[in-house]
Unconditional design. Structure first.
Lengths: 234, 353, 607
């Protein structure tokens, strides 16, 4: 039958990821499957946020986990699903790493902003700026030498990944998060830099180790099902 | 409602909430979710305020915090959720206030002012009320947990707290006999540091138990209903409902995946921290695959019910009215907020003066 | 009397869209059939035949949910489906709004609900609300019906599916408080409340225990009696199809292989055998033993009794000795007074005691909630806080160090393959457990290949497990545990969602492993497979052991079967009925034994 065995390509553009931009979407409304998927991924982030805090026990309290392993999850989800991943990051922190571990709604709502900013900036920077300069907006170039036949620059990908996500965005997130907690009186002023370092290095470690596993293990699965957002919304 | 229906309804003693269940027919169950949310929001604002009152304004409001804590525990008991809390969350939640107390002492231990002496060891072993506390606490905790270490820690801590005040003030009521052992060992801390640390611990306790109060007494279905009542469209409120519906299912999936990993010998040999982190990352693969599969099937199920073509959606028993009880609770809490936060009064100072 | 056709499928082809990678092949290939008003159509076929895809196409989910790319409509859809005389799906020429040219586009009805309802296989994924009342009323809310109408229809629907007692507390019942069978019945109720004209049920009982299955079948029965609904049922169980269906459509590889009345279709035993379809124990006995009922193979126990009547029963072997377990075999699993409670206080096990010897192949059976999975997970070291005694190979499972090492000796294959696939390459997936056990690389290589070979997946060694078929995924999970060389294998519901041939393959594989020395404990609701492969069963009921003994002994004891709420396989039921007339007849429990016995009789007679 016609078409069987033929390879399908999703772009005729310069890079295999050129379809993934900062536009609103495909020009179609959110399908029912996507609608459900976005809700389900938020639930997943809530659970992982909760586990990120409680699994390390009392060392993680004040809502700051020494190893916030949900961080790379919502980063990757944002690169796939745009605004929905960002929403998941925020709600996940408010509910999972806030309410469910006992921080109360005010403190949770406030300090979860620190989880909203990193995926937001990462999405804008990668899709808006770096994607047109040969860096994959889905981060596959961290693990693969080739993406859909296109040779990647893994060194550049890693340097930028660590510099942008690991250092700059992470520092902003730590500053915001610990700063808000300090302002609310949840952590001693004398502990500010200790907590900041814990936040920064904990997230950095989680990001460096876990992101490649997620990207290599899942991105092509999600892409093959046509579930990667072309833009912010769909 | 028919008589049989009424009987069937009253026979259902517990209703499922976010975590565990709550008793039906209690005042808490009858409150609107907006009231419950306001309650925990107000109490968390009060806790954040009370433990952060500056020294110039009279210092932290410890009595106010204790008062809040009593209210929260009373509400937990009334709602019939306390046994779940004790069985599952007490051990998880108790270390938090204790660790907060220690962190604040450690990082904020140099405040000026009068000092308080703490005895690590008074130079003798006091036989008395403190010994009874030691034995009782150890016995009860060991009976429940069958763990020596878990039983010893709170027993010794409470023994120390009970013994300490009475060591120098020999009172026949609390200390019956002193057995001289070792030399006296003590340290001093600024009274203010202790007060601040204690207030932080109490404040955290209020935050934690109010959050649990909300999670233990709120049904996920109430939140979706409240969203509609607040004017959110059906599709948006249903989106929120879907999040909560998925929580339970995904948690079970996560547990099954972790068990499957264990069955594949993930925990057999000692692994480096790096390897353990990688194992955690591998959980994402079946988890996301399951997420996608579920979403596809749920999307199909939604379509089959007519979700896409729906225009005017009936609100059927999704919303709850605001009652006098809701108004009363909101009014009392608002008054409390105004008294403390807006007018700047301090219960601690009021009562002590 | 011809009735109005409600569904007309004319030479329908469908291909799923590929977003990246290689194009998908056609899943449906030129299907044509008609369903009349009030008719009950059964759809049967092996796994991967396209049954679910067909259900999606009949409800318009294909191509509304699974869309096709613009400009490629003709490559994905051919033919037409008509519903209630109107086009549901078809590719036709329409005027493009932008260019004004005539272009090919998918045309048809936008929405089939509420006139058509679709019940899916997995009860968890179609319970969309957070309490029973709103689940039932969901569709009606979407339709915009009045509150009074919703309430009365919801109550009526719950009664019809046997959930009437839950009506007073429907708004308080959380989905986690309902069993799988109850969730499925709730889903049926939610569709019934919409007063559909067509109800499509896609394997509604495959994920359920026997009690759950019975509840669904009863609900279907009630619906059929109460309303003149057209029903399309995808089902593996021939007894259900034969009881209710007016017509049967058998499909394989997207094509129709048989279509007609139940008699016409189910008589074609050779076709069933060639296509991996299950034609019931009785039909298989009849076919293999050359028995006939009114010119065809018997379908039911009564028909079989009639066809077998008049034979020389004295020649049937008087007794059947089951292979005894070597008395010197060592105890490999021992549990004594085992009790276990979940966090919410539910007591799952109440003093369970049994031992299993090395080399046994034991079936662990019982209703959902009986404690089968709980006891298995304790034995595998997955559940730790139990009371009583549990030992594996003499090692006490109360010792934390023992629990840590247990996966080296006990392999546990979970029910859902999707929860156990961690890697994106088949090789890596099987190697995962071996790497955890720190097996040297060379040995890993060898063991992976051996394990894959034994499950017939060696050719897929470089494939992505996520894109394997259902049966292949199941075999991969078995291979992943097999490679670890466990002394004991516990397999939890290996046949759920599998067709007959795949289920047989899995059970035969386990039998081979057992012959090679592995002790096997299989948890399943499929009594046919239990009767064919296991010699011993442990029957759990309400957290305790109800029976521990030979499979034959259990399936011959009507009182026990009743108490355990278990329906024996058809062959065993036939034996029970047959023995009522012929008490001296042996207890035969599966197709093979009956065929052998009947053929022995034939040989004796011919001499």
């Amino acid at each position: 039958m016609s078409g069987e065995g033929k390879t399908v390509s999703n772009t005729k553009n310069k890079y295999p990821w050129s379809n993934y931009t900062l536009k609103l979407g495909r020009g179609e409304p959110v399908s029912t499957t996507q609608y459900v998927l976005y809700a389900v991924q938020i639930a997943a982030v809530i659970i992982l946020s909760y586990l990120s805090v409680v699994l390390l026990g009392p060392l993680s309290y004040s809502g700051i986990s020494l190893f916030y392993f949900v961080y790379p999850f919502f980063l990757v989800f944002t690169m796939w699903w745009g605004i929905w991943g960002i929403l998941g990051a925020y709600i996940g922190c408010v509910v999972g790493a806030g309410l469910m571990v006992g921080l109360g709604p005010v403190a949770s709502g406030a300090y979860a902003i620190s989880d909203l900013i990193p995926p937001l900036i990462a999405f804008i920077v990668y899709r808006g700026l770096l994607a047109n300069r040969g860096i994959d907006s889905l981060w596959r170039d961290l693990t693969d030498k080739e993406v859909a036949g296109f040779k990647t620059n893994r060194v550049a990908a890693w340097v930028l990944f660590i510099a942008i996500n690991g250092v700059i965005i992470n520092a902003v997130s730590a500053e915001l998060g610990v700063g808000i907690e300090n302002y609310l009186g949840l952590i001693p002023p004398g502990a500010f830099w200790g907590w900041w370092a814990g936040w920064f290095f904990g997230d950095l470690l989680a990001m460096i180790i876990i992101t490649p596993v997620l990207v290599k293990g899942l991105t092509n699965l999600v892409e093959r099902q046509g579930l990667i957002n072309r833009g912010w919304i769909t | 409602m028919a008589k049989d229906d009424v009987e069937a309804r009253t026979s259902k003693k517990y209703v499922r909430t976010f975590i565990f269940s709550m008793k039906t027919g209690t005042p808490i169950e009858k409150l609107h979710v907006i009231t419950k949310f306001f309650m925990i929001a107000a109490m968390s604002v009060l806790a954040l305020y009370m433990f952060d009152i500056s020294v110039s304004k009279g210092g932290p409001d410890i009595i106010g915090l204790i008062f809040l804590l009593i209210i929260v525990f009373a509400l937990l008991i009334i709602s019939g959720t306390s046994k779940y809390l004790v069985n599952s969350y007490l051990l998880l939640a108790l270390p938090v206030p204790i660790s907060e107390f220690i962190w604040w002492l450690f990082f904020d231990g140099g405040l000026p002012g009068a000092k308080v002496t703490f005895y690590l060891w008074p130079g003798f072993f006091p036989f008395g009320l403190s010994t009874a506390v030691l034995v009782l606490v150890f016995g009860v905790v060991y009976y429940r947990t069958r763990s020596f270490i878990i039983a010893v820690i709170p027993a010794v801590l409470l023994w120390w707290l009970t013994a300490m005040p009475g060591t120098l003030d020999f009172s026949p009521l609390t200390t019956w006999f002193k057995l001289p052992i070792g030399a006296t060992s003590s340290f001093t801390l600024p009274y203010l540091s202790v007060t601040v640390a204690l207030s932080k611990a109490l404040g955290f306790a209020v935050l934690i138990y109010t959050s649990f109060l909300f999670l233990l007494t709120t049904r996920d279905t109430e939140i979706a209903g409240a969203m509609r009542q607040l004017g959110l469209s059906f599709k948006k409120s249903f989106f929120i409902a879907l999040i909560f519906r998925s929580l339970n299912t995904l948690l079970i999936d996560y547990e099954n995946i972790r068990m499957a990993q264990t069955a594949r010998a993930a925990g057999v040999n000692r692994k480096s921290v790096f390897s353990k982190i990688i194992d955690l990352a591998y959980v994402s693969i079946p988890l996301v695959a399951t997420m996608i599969r579920r979403s596809t099937e749920m999307g199909v199920a939604l379509y089959a019910r007519g979700f896409e073509a729906s225009k005017k959606v009936t609100s059927f028993k999704e919303t709850k009215g605001i009652t006098y009880m809701d108004v009363t609770v909101i009014a009392i809490l608002s008054a409390f907020l105004i008294y403390e936060v807006v007018l700047g009064h301090n219960i601690n100072n009021l009562l002590i003066r | 009397m011809t009735r109005t056709p409600v569904l007309e499928v004319k030479d329908f082809w469908w291909k799923y869209r590929s977003f990246v990678g290689v194009e998908n092949p056609y899943t449906l290939k030129g299907l044509s059939f008609t369903v009349e008003k009030g008719e009950f159509l059964g759809i049967i076929g092996p796994s991967g035949a396209g049954k679910t895809t067909l259900c999606y196409a009949l409800t318009g989910i294909i191509p509304k949910v699974f869309s096709v790319p613009y400009g490629q409509e003709n490559e994905h859809i051919k033919g037409e489906i008509k519903l209630f005389g109107q086009t549901l799906t078809k590719v036709d020429k329409v005027k493009d709004e932008k260019t004004g040219n005539m272009v090919d586009r998918v045309v048809g009805m936008k929405q089939t609900a509420p006139r058509v309802g679709l019940l899916l296989q997995d009860p968890e994924n179609q319970f969309l609300r957070m309490d029973l009342l709103h689940e039932i009323s969901f569709g009606m809310e979407l339709l915009g019906l009045s509150e009074g109408e919703i309430e009365s229809r919801a109550k009526e629907a719950l009664e019809l599916v046997g959930l009437g007692p839950l009506w007073p507390i429907a708004d308080l019942v959380h989905p986690s408080e309902l069993s799988g069978g109850q969730k499925q019945r709730a889903a049926i109720a939610s569709f019934i409340a919409l007063r559909p004209e067509v109800l499509i049920l896609d394997e509604p009982t495959s994920n359920l225990d026997p009690e759950g299955k019975l509840g669904i079948i009863q609900a279907i029965d009630n619906i059929k009696k109460e309303y003149d609904i057209t029903i399309i049922l995808v089902e593996h169980n021939p007894e259900v199809i034969q009881k209710y269906a007016d017509k049967v459509l058998a499909i394989n590889d997207g094509q129709a292989i048989a279509y007609g009345t139940t008699e016409q279709v189910y008589s074609q035993c050779k076709l069933f055998d060639e296509n991996g379809l299950y034609s019931s124990d009785i039909a298989r006995i009849g076919w293999k033993a050359g028995l006939s009922y009114n010119g065809r193979v018997p379908f039911t126990v009564d028909e079989m009794l009639e066809s077998f009547d008049g034979r020389n029963q004295k020649s049937l072997a008087p007794t059947l000795e089951d292979d005894p377990i070597d008395p010197s075999a060592q105890e490999i699993i021992s549990v004594k007074d085992l009790s276990y409670s979940y966090e919410d206080g539910t007591q799952a096990l109440k003093g369970v005691t049994f031992t299993i010897k090395q080399g046994e192949y034991v079936g662990l059976i019982g209703q959902n909630g009986a404690g089968k999975s709980t006891v298995s997970k304790i034995i595998s070291g997955l559940y730790k806080k139990f009371q009583g005694e549990a030992k594996v190979m003499g090692m006490d499972l109360r010792d934390k160090k023992v629990i840590q090492k247990i996966p080296c000796y006990v392999g546990y294959v979970f029910q859902n393959p999707d929860n156990q696939i961690f890697m994106r390459k088949v090789y890596d997936e099987v190697a995962y457990g071996l790497k955890n056990l720190k097996v040297p690389q060379q040995e890993i290589d060898q063991r992976v290949k051996e394990a894959l070979k034994s499950v017939g997946l060696l050719s897929k060694i470089d494939e992505d497990p996520m894109f394997l078929g259902k049966g292949e995924k199941r075999r991969l999970t078995v291979a992943s545990i097999l490679a670890m060389n466990p002394k004991i294998m516990i397999v939890d519901e290996p046949t759920t969602g599998q067709d007959f041939r795949m289920s047989e393959d899995i059970m035969c594989l386990l039998e081979e492993l057992n012959k090679a020395g592995t002790t096997i404990l299989v948890i399943t609701h499929d009594m046919t497979l239990i009767s064919e492969h296991t010699k011993r069963v442990i029957v759990m009921h309400n957290g305790a052991v109800l029976y521990d003994g030979s499979t034959r002994g259990f399936f011959s004891n009507e009182e026990l079967l009743d108490k355990a709420d278990i329906i024996p396989p058809m062959a065993a039921r036939f034996s029970l009925e047959y023995k009522k007339k012929n008490p001296a007849a042996p207890n035969l429990m599966n197709v093979k034994e009956w065929v052998t016995a009947i053929n022995d009789v034939k040989q004796t007679e011919s001499k």
